[in-house]
Ligand binder design. Structure first.
Ligand SMILES: C[S@@+](CC[C@H](N)C(=O)[O-])C[C@H]1O[C@@H](n2cnc3c(N)ncnc32)[C@H](O)[C@@H]1O
Length: 219
């Protein structure tokens, strides 16, 4: 049976636009990981210390975001966090291909915002994204109306609740019923929130990366 990597090697992707695909390909080619020791050092929680690393979503997650956004006709979506713009490009391509829409991104590190803005421009998608520089716990409190889809792709905290948990609590009231949440890092307190019936979601764990949680808001 043909696997995903074979399919991708043949250039199969739900995204048809060459410019968008070229930018995604370029970002994938330049992926790199910091040395393991960086995750043990005193700066391990400092996002500025990792300004040169994207930590971007897996291509399967990007394709899923694109397909779901197309299927539901999404026009307003949240990209937390944006980093160098991989997830933002998938979202923005769906907005454009749906006939128009807006990606509201959030990224703490200015240098990463600059790279994301350039990647979106190179993909011809600038007019479909607004990247808000700063702490998502401030920049995403007012999304200016309901949204259709939220990516929760956060960053480790030294202590206390995860960023994923804090941000889902901020954006969940602004997500419409019938909207989706996709989570990358399976933070335990995020999973507790999204799997608690009292919060109005049903969810499944997809076998992508270490487990990608996809949740649908039903109430
Ligand atoms: C896993 S990366 C996001 C990758 C991105 N979704 C992509 O596909 O390219 C997480 C990002 O969160 C950013 N970050 C950390 N703390 C943040 C905060 N409080 N508010 C907004 N962004 C934050 C980091 O700088 C980092 O770029």
């Amino acid at each position: 049976m043909e696997n995903q990597n074979d399919a991708r090697a043949k250039g199969l992707s739900p995204i048809r636009d060459k410019r968008v695909r070229n930018v995604i390909e370029r970002m994938n080619q330049s992926r790199r990981q910091p040395d393991r020791s960086a995750f043990a050092g005193p700066s391990r929680h400092d996002a500025e210390a990792f300004a040169d690393y994207g930590f971007s979503i897996h291509p399967d997650q990007g394709d899923l975001i694109y397909l779901l956004c197309r299927a539901m006709g999404a026009t307003r979506v949240v990209d937390f966090a944006t980093s160098v713009g991989m997830s933002a490009v998938y979202f923005a391509a769906a907005m454009r291909d749906n006939g128009g829409g807006l990606v509201i991104g959030s990224e703490l590190v200015q240098a990463k915002v600059d790279v994301a803005v350039q990647n979106l421009a190179d993909a011809g998608l600038s007019s479909f994204a607004e990247i808000r520089q700063g702490d998502a716990r401030q920049t995403l409190t007012d999304l200016g109306g309901t949204v259709d889809f939220v990516l929760i792709d956060g960053w480790p905290q030294p202590e206390g609740p995860s960023l994923a948990r804090q941000v889902i609590e901020i954006v969940s009231p602004q997500l419409r019923v019938g909207g989706y949440v996709l989570n990358d890092n399976a933070e335990p307190d995020f999973l507790d929130y999204i799997r608690d019936d009292a919060n109005g979601f049903i969810s499944i764990t997809l076998p992508i990366k270490r487990g990608t949680e996809l949740a649908l808001k039903i109430a």
